[in-house]
Design a protein. Structure first.
Length: 466
């Protein structure tokens, strides 16, 4: 017998286990306080024999969490003969229920509690429980149950069994100060993304009016474009007058601006763009408030931020996001390679039968990868840094190599960050001539081959002997 289908789902039992007893019993609980929701609690008692593996945590618990409740499976020894009993109980997600759960787990003497990272629903359970218990938050992919045999009860029992044999790896849960900073930076990122959407809506409206302002200006976010848009919303339609409103550096494009600003802009377009601009102004106000709050929360970590801003391509905003996502304690990541793998900026592994099927990078942390992408693109445009030369060496292979080159720069940046924070050292710029100094003969031979291909006979004379 490998499983049992009950009104709560399926509990998996390995073939090496022998079922001795299976019962559904109502759990006696103290009366609920006034106003509280009375919960129907069912307990499933399973007693069997585990064999073939060493039990690391004889008393442990697995939790399958949803928005309104959690199924908690407490696994404990039944005597000294290698038998174990698993009891699955339903607890509510309210604070009082979580406190009751903590008391029950403490009374059961569990040495490890495992829960899956399910959205944000794990937070009301994790933080109160970790105050007095050893709690492990795990990635749901690592604890995936057998397809077709998945229920809330069976998931809780499966997590408890994996916890007993210590087969799961903890997810990174930063300390409270970093979590607060992370909430602020992520919300600021969302506001910035919403502002970008508003500019996209303005672009759509201008296209409908036949105004090609974005074809002449580098971006609609520039000061010149904002001045023109405000004037158009206020009622100005003359393209010659609008073209004269730009900043001095853009007046060389006056003729192109007059052509681009000639269209069929109506009061309907003026209303729409006016509302979009007002929304952008409101968003910018919120972003400014978040910048102020982030600067206050960042005070204990300003030294680290100052270090990170010395890396080419790193702005204060990028440094804020990096610190918020990975923290300042690099002991969490044993090596720089471990950090890069967690962030999803290194090749993935998908190999079968001796064949490598794919090396696509894993999803990783999208906020961290977004900040690293901005920094990598900024650094790649430089001409006098090691990172820009590294990017050009990879991107020059073909047009498809540019994205690969950016991911490589992101990986390099994370390695640099890990070493800087862990060792407390400043960034050491290797310079654009790093690869030439590292292997000068290779560069020399490549130059000689190129000249010989063009039909020249090359004779080298050392500069010291000239």
């Amino acid at each position: 017998m490998e499983g049992f289908h009950g009104n709560r789902g399926l509990v998996l039992v390995s073939p090496s286990r022998r079922i001795l007893l299976l019962l559904f019993l109502p759990s006696p609980r103290p009366a609920a306080p006034a106003g509280a929701v009375t919960l129907l609690v069912l307990e499933m008692v399973i007693m069997g024999i585990d064999a073939g593996m060493d039990v690391v945590h004889p008393r442990c618990a697995g939790m399958d969490i949803s928005k309104n409740d959690a199924k908690v499976c407490v696994r404990s020894p039944l005597g000294d003969n290698g038998r174990f009993r698993s009891v699955v109980t339903t607890y509510g997600a309210t604070t009082n229920e979580v406190q009751r759960l903590r008391a029950d787990l403490g009374a059961a003497g569990v040495s490890l509690v495992v829960m899956e990272a399910t959205g944000d629903y794990w937070k009301p359970f994790f933080f109160p429980l970790e105050q007095s218990l050893n709690v492990q938050l795990v990635n749901a992919k690592q604890a995936k149950n057998i397809p077709g045999r998945k229920t809330d009860v069976s998931d809780a029992a499966w997590l408890a069994k994996l916890a007993a044999y210590d087969l799961l790896t903890s997810s990174f849960v930063p300390p409270e100060s970093i979590r607060q900073l992370r909430d602020l930076t992520r919300t600021r990122t969302h506001y910035a993304q919403e502002a970008t959407r508003e500019f996209s809506r303005i672009e759509k409206c201008l296209e409908d009016a036949g105004i090609k302002l974005s074809s002449v200006a580098s971006s609609l976010t520039t000061k010149s474009c904002r001045t023109i848009l405000d004037a158009m919303v206020a009622g100005q339609r003359d393209p010659h007058v609008l073209a004269e409103l730009v900043e001095p550096g853009m007046r060389v494009k006056n003729a192109a601006l007059v052509e681009a600003l000639t269209g069929r802009f109506t009061t309907h377009h003026a209303f729409l763009i006016g509302e979009h601009l007002a929304t952008i102004d409101e968003i910018n106000t919120h972003i400014h408030k978040f910048d102020t709050q982030i600067d206050q929360v960042m005070r204990p970590f300003r030294d680290v931020r100052d270090l990170l801003t010395t890396i080419p391509g790193f702005s204060v905003t990028v440094a804020d996001v990096i610190i918020a996502e990975i923290g300042v304690d690099m002991d969490v990541f044993p090596t720089a390679a471990n950090l890069a793998s967690w962030a999803g900026v290194c090749p993935g592994q998908n190999q079968s039968a001796g064949r490598v099927k794919s090396t696509r990078t894993r999803p990783g942390n999208r906020y961290l990868k977004g900040a690293l992408g901005i920094a990598a693109m900024s650094a790649s445009r430089s001409k006098t840094t090691y990172l820009s030369v590294k990017y050009q060496r990879i991107a020059a292979h073909n047009s498809k190599a540019r994205l690969k080159a950016l991911v490589t720069i992101e990986h390099t940046m994370l390695v640099i960050i890990w070493n800087m924070i862990r060792n407390g050292v400043v960034y050491n710029e290797l310079g654009p001539g790093y690869y030439t100094r590292r292997n000068p003969n290779k560069i020399k031979n490549a130059a000689i081959r190129q000249l010989q291909t063009l039909g020249y006979t090359v004779e080298l004379t050392p500069a010291t002997a000239a």
